[in-house]
Design a protein around this ligand. Structure first.
Ligand SMILES: Nc1ncnc2c1ncn2[C@@H]1O[C@H](COP(=O)(O)OP(=O)(O)OP(=O)(O)O)[C@@H](O)[C@H]1O
Length: 278
C-alpha cells in the first residue's frame, strides 16, 4: 500500500479553446488527510479535481492513483470513480435520475454490494445530509441547496476512499453549511482523504489539516493552515482574506491579551473558550 493516494508529476492542462488552466503541477496527496484547496475564481481548483476523477486528461504530465498510472479506458475509469467520489460545484451536473431516492441509489446499485449493505449505506447518507423528506421528490423540483445535499448523499453512499468536494457549502444556508463540517467529521476514518475546494476561508481554517493554495493554474502554497494565515505576502498574492477567528487571534496577540503559549483557536467556540479563560 502506497502512502499516497495520488501522485501528480508536472501536470499541465490546456482546454480546447487554448486556455491554460493548470501549469506544471507536481503534488502528492496522502492517505487520511483533510485538505482544503483555496484560490480565487479561475485559479484551477475544479480543473484539478476533474483530473483526479479522470474526467479530464492531462495535456502533459502524469497522474498515479495508489501507485498506478491513471488509465482512461471506461473499465479503468469505473474502478477509479468507485474509489474517488466527486461532488461537483454545480449539482445540476451530477443529478440525472427521476427522483431523489433513485439518484442516491444509482451509485451504490452499481457496486455489486448486497441489498442489505446498499440499503444501510443509503440510509446513512440520507440521514447525514438530512434529505429524508425529499426522497420521493423529482430532482427538478429541488432548490439549489437541496440539490447540493442530494448530490452529496449520492457520493457519500458509495463510501469512496477519496472524496472531492467542489464548493460543498455554496448555496447552502448557515445551518446546512455548518452541518457539512459535522458530516465531514463523521467521514474521517484515518484512511479516507477529503479534498475540499472552497471560498469559505473560515471553513477551510476550521477543518483542514493541510491547505493548498492555487493561483493562475499553479500551486503557490502547500502546508499547514497556521503558517499560511500568518503569511501576509502570500495571502495578498492569492487574494485571500484571513479567517475571522485567526484575524481576531492575531489582534489579541498584538495587544498581548493572548500569548504565543495559548493554543491557536480554529473555531468560534475555541475562541470563546479561550477568551473566557483569560
Ligand atoms: N471547459 C473549459 N473550456 C475552456 N476554459 C475553461 C473550461 N473550464 C474552465 N476553464 C478555464 O480554466 C481556468 C480554471 O478554471 P477552474 O474552473 O478550474 O477554476 P476554479 O479555481 O475552480 O474557479 P472557481 O473558484 O471560479 O470555481 C479558468 O480560466 C476557466 O475560465
Amino acid at each position: 500500500m502506497t502512502a499516497y493516494y495520488f501522485e501528480l508529476h508536472h501536470l499541465s492542462h490546456i482546454y480546447a479553446d487554448g486556455t491554460t488552466a493548470l501549469t506544471d503541477i507536481s503534488l502528492q496527496i496522502p492517505r487520511g488527510k483533510k485538505i482544503a484547496i483555496l484560490g480565487h475564481n479561475g485559479a484551477g481548483k475544479s480543473t484539478l479535481f476533474q483530473h483526479l476523477n479522470g474526467i479530464l486528461k492531462p495535456t502533459t504530465g502524469t497522474i498515479s492513483f495508489q501507485g498506478n498510472k491513471l488509465q482512461y479506458s471506461s473499465k479503468a475509469l469505473r474502478t477509479l470513480r468507485q474509489q474517488v467520489g466527486i461532488v461537483f460545484q454545480d449539482a445540476d451536473h451530477q443529478l440525472f435520475s427521476g427522483t431523489v431516492k433513485q439518484d442516491i441509489a444509482y451509485g451504490p446499485l452499481n457496486l455489486g454490494w448486497s441489498t442489505e449493505k446498499i440499503e444501510e449505506k443509503i440510509a446513512w447518507a440520507v440521514a447525514q445530509t438530512e434529505v429524508e423528506n425529499l426522497l420521493d421528490k423529482p430532482i427538478h423540483f429541488l432548490s439549489v441547496g437541496q440539490k447540493k445535499r442530494v448530490a452529496m448523499a449520492g457520493v457519500l453512499a458509495m463510501e469512496p476512499s477519496v472524496l472531492l468536494l467542489d464548493e460543498p457549502t455554496a448555496g447552502l444556508d448557515h445551518y446546512y453549511a455548518t452541518q457539512v463540517l459535522q458530516y465531514l467529521a463523521k467521514l474521517e476514518d484515518g484512511e479516507r482523504t477529503i479534498l475540499l475546494a472552497t471560498h469559505d476561508i473560515q471553513l477551510a481554517y476550521e477543518w483542514a489539516e493541510q491547505i493548498i493554495v492555487m493561483e493562475a493554474g499553479s500551486i503557490i502554497y502547500n502546508g499547514d493552515p497556521i503558517t499560511l494565515f500568518y503569511n501576509e505576502e502570500l495571502l495578498k498574492r492569492a487574494h485571500l482574506e484571513r479567517p475571522w477567528v485567526f484575524a481576531m487571534t492575531m489582534l489579541l496577540q498584538e495587544k498581548k491579551i493572548l500569548t504565543s503559549k495559548e493554543p491557536i483557536p480554529r473555531s468560534r467556540d475555541d475562541l470563546h473558550r479561550l477568551i473566557q479563560q483569560l
